[in-house]
Design a protein around this ligand. Sequence first.
Ligand SMILES: Cc1cc2nc3c(=O)[nH]c(=O)nc-3n(C[C@H](O)[C@H](O)[C@H](O)COP(=O)(O)OP(=O)(O)OC[C@H]3O[C@@H](n4cnc5c(N)ncnc54)[C@H](O)[C@@H]3O)c2cc1C
Length: 299
Amino acid sequence: MNDYRELLERYAQVDENVPLAHMTTLRIGGNARYVAYPENFLSLEGLMRVIAENGIPYKMIGKGSNLLCADRPFEGVVIRLDRHFTDCYFDGEYVTAEAGASIIALAYEAMKNGLSGLEFASGIPGTVGGVIFMNAGAYKSSVADIVDSVSVYRDGKIEWLSPEECAFAYRTSIFQQHPEWIVLAARFRLAHEDQNAIRSLMDSRRERRMASQPLDFPSAGSVFRNPMDTPAWKLIEGIGYRGRQIGGAKVSEKHVNFIVNVGGATAADFATLADEIIEKVRETYGVDLHMEVEKFNWQ
Ligand SMILES: Cc1cc2nc3c(=O)[nH]c(=O)nc-3n(C[C@H](O)[C@H](O)[C@H](O)COP(=O)(O)OP(=O)(O)OC[C@H]3O[C@@H](n4cnc5c(N)ncnc54)[C@H](O)[C@@H]3O)c2cc1C
């Protein structure tokens, strides 16, 4: 790959040769040639222009909490908004947050403002951009329930999309069909509620997560989407894979739809284990499991 550092640095803060393992919650992945942190919209716009003009591969990354990055290097630019696009402002029952803001931090800010609606997200370790992309959810709620509009940079223009235009459905949105679009911000509609009631709901959600999820090991959350009829964990349990380990990747004993990195796991370890699960579940139950975790930079 050509040396683009000087060019990229005209528009953003740039780091070079950074392991994706340092940018993902799974702690897996080879080096990214460049990581760019645009400081504001003008900087992002300039960055996207030089990327397009030079045909440089790029990837938006939020907190990397839903990514399984390949072991090989990524010869391109990872763009991160979680350093500078992190502001939010409250306006009545609405909150507008930039795409790099942590959704956990936002849930706490909402609680402090006596606004309910984000409690379900208070344990999801992603950014606003990432949760919109995934339509992240928990406890029968999802981002789609509270989105008022989403600001997107596409085809050289900034536009606000309605929830209908975002085409949200179970763990999906229109953004998955357009990985070249960049989510800049989202506006959420919340509801006034007693602050103590919100806090206690968040506390109970946190306790539930701590009791049911292996938060002491690196992971990317649930590996598989839940099929229509049976939750993925039941199928994985049914094939006897609780605790099954390949290299450093292990099906969690605590939550069998999590594959955790127990130390030195490679992307290949993780993918081999996930593929085995898919195969065995198909053989045993005739059900096709689909990954919720996204593979990035695989050939
Ligand atoms: C311990 C743990 C618990 C979890 N619990 C849940 C849960 O309860 N519910 C749930 O739904 N998920 C859960 N997850 C998964 C994960 O947190 C979510 O999928 C989250 O939405 C990912 O956000 P992120 O910012 O980390 O995105 P990343 O993983 O960095 O990226 C995910 C995708 O979003 C795209 N993207 C990110 N930002 C932008 C942007 N600004 N513009 C365009 N595209 C963008 C990326 O290119 C990528 O394709 C959990 C993960 C962990 C590790």
